[in-house]
Design a protein around this ligand. Structure first.
Ligand SMILES: Cc1cc2nc3c(=O)[nH]c(=O)nc-3n(C[C@H](O)[C@H](O)[C@H](O)COP(=O)(O)OP(=O)(O)OC[C@H]3O[C@@H](n4cnc5c(N)ncnc54)[C@H](O)[C@@H]3O)c2cc1C
Length: 289
């Protein structure tokens, strides 16, 4: 199908893009890589009167490390971040997770900001940004605000962004030396959306086990879900013995997938248990435990 008619704006400055969104309100939609929005238009699931194309705004394409933190412009292509050696050195969890998104052609166009603003319930990037404690910078007519990832993802294809706000930058804090990480995904075919994916981050800490754990699951609900029970198991017991298995079981119990045409709920729950267990062991190994 062809998209419904729309007016097309192509600003080169962030301020002009924000002014256009403010002028048109909910009738306007930003266009980033178009890998999710264009199919929505073609299926007539979205009918914006105005598309504000962000592709000529050079100021949104950066990938830099500043004072130890990673700063990613919303329009940075997924492929560019995947190939960035600084990202691979400091945030290998992100590099690895991006390689699971669709296919290279889609990652060449698809942007980091587009995926986060879209917040598909089975997408990899929202889960990883939640595990990494990233912060989102939003710019609207009232100015700039920073939204922690824990408050940014608000439900299926919903975020904390207002219709007249642009996501401009993602800031990912530095990881302490000795952090262990793992990203595990099960999909029907390589490049498909995840049936379930799990991001595990184990930071050294002063807790009794010496570990501060983040366990985030995607594919089982309306967005990325922190598995706090699993995190508590790891913080208390560490990763030795059957702790990773217990963390996997805790995550499965806390997940509430529904039956859908791709997989029954019980299967997804088993995936949560198995992938969390494996990710936890791999992260522990990378931590040197
Ligand atoms: C065949 C296929 C397979 C795919 N498989 C996967 C997969 O396995 N995993 C996965 O995560 N994704 C997958 N995708 C989606 C892909 O990752 C998209 O690139 C991503 O979801 C959207 O990024 P985009 O830059 O293309 O954004 P667009 O499609 O241009 O925009 C998506 C939404 O975000 C809004 N938006 C974009 N940028 C901003 C901004 N800066 N501020 C505010 N709002 C903004 C748009 O208005 C729109 O509502 C797949 C896509 C295709 C076509």
């Amino acid at each position: 199908m062809k998209p419904p008619p729309f007016a097309y704006e192509c600003p080169t400055e962030v301020a002009d893009a924000v002014a256009l969104l403010a002028a048109h309100g909910a009738d306007a939609r930003p266009l980033a890589g178009g890998q999710s929005l264009v199919p929505l238009l073609n299926f007539r699931l979205a009918r914006p009167a105005v598309l504000v194309d962000l592709n000529r705004i050079a100021a949104l394409g950066h990938v830099t490390v500043e004072n130890g933190a990673l700063r990613i412009g919303a329009m940075a292509r997924q492929a560019a971040v995947e190939a960035d050696p600084g990202v691979a050195r400091g945030w290998p969890l992100l590099t690895d997770a991006i390689s699971h998104i669709a296919h290279p052609q889609i990652r060449n166009r698809g942007t980091i900001g587009g995926s986060l603003a879209h917040n598909d319930p089975a997408a990899e990037l929202p889960a990883v940004m939640l595990a990494l404690d990233a912060e989102m910078t939003a710019l609207g007519p009232e100015g700039t605000r920073t939204v922690p990832s824990g408050e940014f993802f608000a439900g299926t294809m919903e975020t904390a962004l207002a219709p007249d706000e642009l996501l401009t930058e993602i800031r990912v804090p530095e990881l302490p030396e000795g952090t262990g990480w793992s990203f595990r995904e099960a999909a029907r075919r390589q490049g498909d959306f995840a049936l379930v994916a799990v991001a595990v981050l184990l930071r050294p800490s002063g807790s009794s086990s010496g570990i501060d754990a983040r366990v985030v699951v995607t594919g089982t609900g309306d967005g990325p879900q922190r598995m706090r029970e699993a995190e508590a198991v790891l913080a208390e017991r560490g990763t030795g013995g059957d702790a990773c298995e217990a963390a996997g079981n805790a995550a499965a119990q806390a997940s509430e997938p529904a039956d859908d045409p791709h997989a029954p709920a019980w299967y997804r729950q088993r995936l949560v248990a198995a992938l969390t267990r494996r990710a936890c062991r791999e992260a522990a190994m990378r931590m040197g435990r």
